[in-house]
Design a binder for this molecule. Structure first.
Ligand code: SF4
Length: 281
């Protein structure tokens, strides 16, 4: 067994390395920002030609490439969300859109007094449109229904995190209805108490599509974390406020299941006509 001294040494080594990484990143970020700010003064003052004969062409190329990338991603996103059509290479830029635009949009939105949740809701809606526009269908074992723990009735003492089938289906919360959907369509249902457990479930199950129910914050961060895996997000209902006895719009979830499930795997008694999924509120 490691002595107290040894474990303290390990802990302090670990702390030093994580602190070192953080401080290193702060220093590098600071250096880049300072260089950028200094260049805003130096370049107009001395002019590109005084720095190097190629400087204006190199700067033009770098700025032009960055502009093209941002414009391509923005136009591609607008076109796809409104018409469902793709620009060439746009699928590769979806990552830029998902990872870059949401944080920038959140910052800009805050400047204009738009709440984070409004911005996240619109991001989830656009993300859903993008996932729908890929028009893929999946087998039941390629899909995962991922639910937050706050759906469980707060007075219910049954532990669901490791096995949602421990639920006695008393009907006092949405878990009973979710299990019915899971049985009907043969799709795995999991309940996660937080982001770490949710990530672990995704790594273990390796789904091709996730149907996730959560609040705006958890859905937006889950969509970003799991990119490029497609996540179709559905907002939970919060009649008692956040994180307490929340509800799932089961009809909305079932519509999404039927939209993404290969119709060969529909249960016998289900109508096979095409179905549209209601948008995020
Ligand atoms: S439906 Fe299941 S999880 Fe919900 S309160 Fe009843 S036993 Fe508990």
């Amino acid at each position: 067994m490691a002595s107290n001294k040894t474990s303290k040494r390990y802990i302090s080594a670990e702390e030093t390395s994580s602190k070192g990484l953080f401080l290193g990143l702060v220093a590098v970020t600071c250096l880049f920002i300072c260089l950028f700010l200094v260049s805003l003064w130096v370049i107009p003052y001395y002019g590109f030609d005084a720095i190097h004969p190629w400087a204006k062409w190199i700067a033009g190329f770098v700025i032009g490439s960055a502009l093209t990338l941002v414009l391509w991603a923005s136009i591609g996103l607008l076109l796809n969300a409104t018409t469902g059509k793709y620009l060439p290479f746009f699928k590769k830029l979806r990552g830029v859109s998902v990872k870059l635009f949401l944080p920038v949009m959140t910052l800009i939105g805050r400047l204009f007094g738009i709440s984070k949740n409004k911005i996240r809701s619109s991001f989830i809606r656009v993300n859903n449109e993008l996932v729908l526009s890929e028009a893929k269908t999946y087998k039941p074992d390629q899909m995962l229904m991922l639910m937050p723990h706050c759906l469980q009735n707060s007075r219910c003492k049954i532990r669901l995190t490791y096995n949602v089938r421990n639920c006695k289906r008393c009907g006092k919360c949405s878990i009973a209805g979710l299990l019915e959907l899971s049985d009907k369509y043969n799709i795995h249902l999991a309940v996660a108490t937080g982001g770490t457990i949710a990530r672990r479930i995704v790594v273990e199950r390796r789904p091709k599509l996730i149907l996730a129910v959560a609040c705006q914050r958890d859905l937006a961060s889950g969509i970003q974390d799991t990119y490029p895996l497609p996540v179709f997000g559905i907002l939970n209902l919060r009649p008692h406020g956040p994180c307490l006895d929340t509800l799932v719009p089961l009809d909305h979830l079932e519509a999404a299941i039927r939209r993404f499930l290969d119709s060969d795997y529909y249960p016998e008694d289900v109508d096979r006509s095409p179905i549209s999924v209601p948008p995020v509120e």
